[in-house]
Design a protein around this ligand. Structure first.
Ligand code: SAH
Ligand code: SF4
Length: 348
């Protein structure tokens, strides 16, 4: 049995014709999956019996199952808890950005690349359990189909992908890059609309730079000095800031792409005036944008969201130092929208 979501559309046609069926059967199948969002062979009404039998015996379609779905009040953030074939669970989140002109509506999917994560950032709910396992490319890709099936009711589909769910994408780089390639081919989402977010795995950044695939690279920076970053993003001890920033410069040199730096804002920790100054120094000469993210407190944690006035004065100071800085629109905090939080609740 091969998993359908591991195949490109071209692979599907090849496989089906090699098995003796006409190419149009493959096209019908592709239409069911990608346009109609139907994944059960028995519901694919225009396929004949022998072809259905072949599919039942040779191709697996459904391996991820939605076991929990939370929507926020406005229906802008939809969080899914997905059950994998081996009973592990991962999360994904759809973020809907609605415009007055509905043709400009955009839907972003935040998807997971691993069950758990070995980086263990202390503020992150995913890190608490360590790494359980990597996701396979097909398990990553299928998240897009599940999201599109949900969006069908609004006549909408996913336009942007961010690897910002559970896991460190560069610790599963082969499956992640294979998945990203399939996402581009099968869902027609260009590389410019795919963001890979990393905690700063320098080898992965370099590998991606050398492939020159023009994905948007997002670095979870969170601190301007090794002293604070060693604590907030423990992998910093392996890849300290000077190496990380060097790798970012290399990525930019190779791809000519603007880099996003994510900066979690934590009360009394990393948003002092001196942090803004050091941040500007660190990023000097890099074409970049900073996303300030007020931390989502995991219950009982020491990481507190700063006061609004502190958030905005840090932003203002960074801008005065010449940095491009925005505060990420907060989505999903009322439905445990931050990565790993829904899953942890469910496991308890
Ligand atoms: N492992 C990768 C990608 C997944 S995490 C990485 O760290 O970049 C995606 C983003 O969510 C990261 O920027 C991470 O720092 C952020 N994040 C994790 N826990 C959070 C929390 N409690 N509040 C706000 N952002 C959080
Ligand atoms: Fe892993 Fe990213 Fe969470 Fe850190 S923030 S523990 S790297 S998923």
């Amino acid at each position: 049995m091969i998993n359908f979501f591991k195949l490109s559309k071209e692979d599907v046609i090849k496989k089906i014709t090699a098995a003796g069926f006409p190419a149009f059967r493959g096209k019908q199948l592709i239409d069911w999956i990608y346009n109609k969002n139907v994944f059960e062979v028995e519901s694919m009404t225009n396929l004949d019996k022998s072809f259905k039998e072949y599919l039942d015996n040779n191709i697996k379609f459904v391996t991820l199952e939605t076991i929990k779905l939370n929507e926020d009040e406005k229906g802008d953030t939809i969080k899914f808890l997905l059950l994998l074939g081996d009973r592990n669970t991962v999360e994904m989140v759809i973020m809907r950005y609605k415009d007055k002109d509905s043709s400009k509506n955009r839907n972003t999917l935040c998807l997971s690349s691993q069950v758990g994560c070995k980086v263990k950032c202390p503020f992150c709910a995913t890190g608490t359990s360590g790494l359980v396992r990597n996701l396979k490319a097909e398990e990553i890709v299928q998240q897009v189909s599940i999201a599109n099936a949900y969006l069908k009711q609004f006549d909408a589909k996913i336009n942007n992908i961010v690897f910002m769910g559970m896991g460190e994408p560069f610790y599963n780089i082969d499956e992640v890059l294979h998945a990203a390639l399939l996402i581009k081919e099968n869902y027609e989402i260009s590389n410019r609309k795919i963001t890979i977010s990393t905690s700063g795995i320098v080898d992965g950044i370099k590998e991606l730079a050398n492939k020159d695939l023009k994905y948007v690279l997002a670095i979870s920076l969170h601190a301007p000095t090794d002293r604070i970053r060693d604590y907030l993003v423990p992998v910093n001890k392996k890849y300290p800031l000077n190496e990380l920033i060097k790798a970012c410069r290399y990525y930019q040199l190779k791809t000519k792409k603007r880099i996003t730096f994510e900066y979690i804002m934590i009360d009394s920790m990393n948003i002092w005036p001196d942090d803004a100054r050091q941040l500007a120094n660190l990023l000097k000469g890099i074409d970049c944008h900073i996303n300030g993210i007020p931390v989502n407190s995991v219950s009982g944690s020491e990481f507190k969201r700063p006061k609004k006035k502190d958030i905005y004065s840090f932003k203002k100071l960074c801008e005065e130092y010449g940095l491009s800085f925005s505060i990420r629109e907060e989505k999903g905090t009322d439905i445990d929208g931050a990565c790993g939080q829904l899953r942890n609740k469910e496991r308890k």
